[in-house]
Design a protein around this ligand. Structure first.
Ligand code: HEC
Ligand code: HEC
Length: 596
């Protein structure tokens, strides 16, 4: 015993010395940044988009070509496995280029903590579609695709947050819906100001946008001529209301921010360039600056202005999610049985009855279905400057020459040729009887208090550098506020909830509150109502939700590839003959509750 111990002490001392040697050495090892040798044998993987070219196409009246080119280039970028010559990854420190664990501890020159813009996660991967992959590209992520962030860069593991990868289908429709909702809120705000300026005193307005109620805004006239007004936002709910911490006197901004689990990012381009930097270490010039190597990997100008336009257009034009019922009617899957159809229909009714639809609103309509990059709406594009300071218009990102497409007819994917020779635009929004585009999102683009069960350890948004910090405690983000997750496509995207903790829809419902009567969760009652349902109705609700699926038939080099969540007991997916130029053996399974 004694001997063994002595020997172990000697051995461990030796291990310690060796470890110190390597640790000391590792501190100075960086990733390969001198690309001379790499360039002899390899090439960059990315094909870049040129903003001037896109702008030129629009300026010469070739809008359709501009859209098509942006979409194609964006499609390629989304699937590109970038390499070091492209500038993927970053100098994390300790010789690492990628890390799934935030490394706020690495504060040496050029290391993780020193990157610009500030890094809170990753670089996690070398391609967008390594996370947005299930059941197929542009879909959601499984648990392995979860992202860990250290929002306050403390290096304290207990303050990290974890986020599951959502699907990116039809995000263009979501942005466009948010734009119109914001317009409505701003119109109400203007009417309130006009009224209070004319009549004096204090007036209030209910902040309704489409079918959503964001509470009450009040204004008081403090000076008659010129009219001055102060606002009271105590009763505003579920939306940011200050434009900037630097400008607390400005009127409440009331911008519906539809992206990110907490609803903190207003427009797709804004999200994508953050993802390019954070997830991939592919730094767009518009967030890091021209000729700046903000992540110390030896490469500058990793993504062009045109690249970000292309990625935004590609994301925006992703097809809308669909349903098994719709696929069945179209003959794209084995027809659902009468029992299945009845169960799904029953589920939709119960979903409304037990209050789920108060947050997960089935559909809202947009009057103008044209998506525009950059947006025609000032709240959804960069103003006078990109985050890195360049003037967008001078760089060709000009609303007067925007890349545009119609959300009700132009999406390139899911154009289904029916046996009678007509084409059904399954990827496009349906139109309501008034001709408006229907966004069947099952969401409300509003933030809700969800209680301690879902609360994160820190309030990420309060520390976000782009998002305002509402000063009013009644309305500020809290660790337990989340945007209602849109449920379109939910049948194809387990696991569920912001961190992917729920592997089934039923667990997702249970997670909506602790069940305690003191729980502040706004979903407490509807969760309770679900639990009180007879088993048949529970199965119907779940069957209804599992019926909301993602589906994609993609045009790829003349061939169309149809894919849908493959599951064990598969029924075959039938593609109409007329459309057959395709390789496909995709499969689909009937929703669980109604399997026969
Ligand atoms: C390492 C995994 C990972 C990679 C790689 C990744 N994403 Fe994501 N993506 C996520 C996660 C996680 C979220 C949710 C983030 C959140 O809300 O906190 C997300 C959200 C999004 C959203 C917003 C969706 C919504 O409805 O809010 C868009 C758009 C998006 N990603 C685009 C991209 C693009 C473009 C790329 C490549 C430049 C990319 N992603 C690469 C994991 C990833
Ligand atoms: C008060 C608003 C509210 C009500 C009511 C509500 N939900 Fe939710 N729901 C949310 C929010 C917010 C999330 C996202 C929470 C998170 O990410 O942690 C969510 C997430 C979900 C998800 C997971 C989606 C995904 O992709 O991860 C499902 C499934 C779901 N809800 C179903 C239901 C059902 C069924 C009901 C009725 C029993 C219901 N919800 C009632 C707000 C609500």
């Amino acid at each position: 015993m004694q001997m063994g111990f002595q020997r172990w002490k000697r051995v461990s001392l030796w291990i310690f010395v060796v470890a110190m040697f390597f640790a000391g050495g590792a501190g100075v090892w960086a990733i390969v940044t001198d690309m001379t040798d790499v360039k002899i044998t390899h090439s960059p993987a990315a094909v870049h988009a040129d903003q001037d070219e896109l702008r030129e196409l629009v300026a010469s009246g070739q809008d359709a070509e501009a859209f098509e080119e942006a979409f194609e280039l964006g499609d390629d970028l989304f699937a590109t496995l970038f390499n070091a010559l492209d500038g993927v990854g970053a100098n994390v420190g300790k010789g690492q280029r990628f890390t799934r664990v935030p490394r706020s501890d690495l504060k040496g020159t050029g290391e993780w903590f020193r990157h610009t813009p500030n890094r809170v996660t990753g670089p996690n991967s070398n391609a967008c579609n390594s996370c947005h992959l299930r059941p197929f590209e542009d879909g959601a992520g499984d648990a392995a695709a979860n992202v860990h962030r250290d929002p306050f860069r403390t290096g304290l593991i207990g303050q990290f947050i974890q986020r599951n990868t959502p699907h990116v289908f039809a995000v263009g429709a979501i942005q466009r819906l948010a734009e119109e909702m914001t317009d409505e809120l701003h119109a109400r705000r203007t009417a309130l100001v006009n009224q209070v300026c004319a009549q004096g005193g204090t007036r209030s307005v209910t902040l309704i946008a489409k079918l959503v109620n964001y509470g009450t805004l009040s204004a008081t006239r403090t000076q008659a001529s010129p009219c001055k007004v102060t606002f009271n936002t105590d009763l505003v709910r579920g939306i940011d209301f200050l434009p900037s911490v630097d400008n607390p006197d400005a009127p409440p901004d009331l911008i519906v921010r539809p992206l990110q689990w907490k609803g903190s990012v207003p427009f797709i381009r804004d999200f994508n360039r953050g993802a390019s930097h954070n997830e991939l270490g592919m730094q767009a010039v518009e967030i890091v600056g021209d000729n700046v190597d903000g992540d110390f990997d030896g490469v500058k100008n990793e993504m062009t202005i045109g690249d970000q336009t292309a990625l935004a257009v590609y994301m925006a034009a992703q097809p809308r999610p669909t349903s098994l019922v719709e696929l069945s009617i179209l003959g794209l899957i084995e027809p659902l049985t009468q029992t299945q159809l009845t169960t799904i229909a029953r589920g939709a009714v119960v979903f409304g009855q037990i209050g789920c639809a108060s947050c997960h609103i089935p559909a809202m309509a947009i009057n103008n279905p044209t998506f525009s990059e950059p947006s025609q709406n000032a709240a959804y594009r960069d103003g006078t400057a990109f985050p890195a300071g360049q003037n967008p218009i001078a760089r060709g990102v000009d609303p007067a020459f925007a890349v545009k497409f119609d959300l009700t007819r132009d999406q390139p994917d899911n154009r289904i040729e029916l046996p009678n020779g007509t084409t059904f635009l399954l990827g496009s929004l349906r139109r309501d009887p008034q001709g408006r585009g229907l966004v069947e999102l099952f969401g409300d683009l509003k933030r809700h208090v969800m209680g301690p069960r879902l609360a994160e350890p820190v309030n990420e948004i309060a520390g976000d550098d782009v998002t305002p910090i509402p000063l009013n405690p009644n309305n500020r983000h809290t660790p337990d506020t989340f945007l209602t997750e849109n449920l379109w496509g939910v049948g194809s995207t387990p696991p569920y909830m912001h961190d992917g903790r729920a592997t089934t829809i039923t667990e997702a419902i249970l997670e909506h509150s602790t069940g305690a009567s003191s729980d502040p969760s706004e979903a407490k009652q509807s969760r309770q109502a679900y639990l009180a349902l007879p088993a048949g109705d529970k199965r119907a609700v779940v069957a209804f939700l599992e019926n909301l699926v993602l589906f994609k038939v993609e045009e790829e080099e003349g061939e169309q590839v149809a894919t849908i969540a493959p599951k064990p007991e598969a029924a075959t997916l039938r593609i109409p003959r007329a459309a057959l130029k395709r390789r496909s053996t995709p499969s689909i399974q009937a929703p669980e509750g109604i399997r026969e």
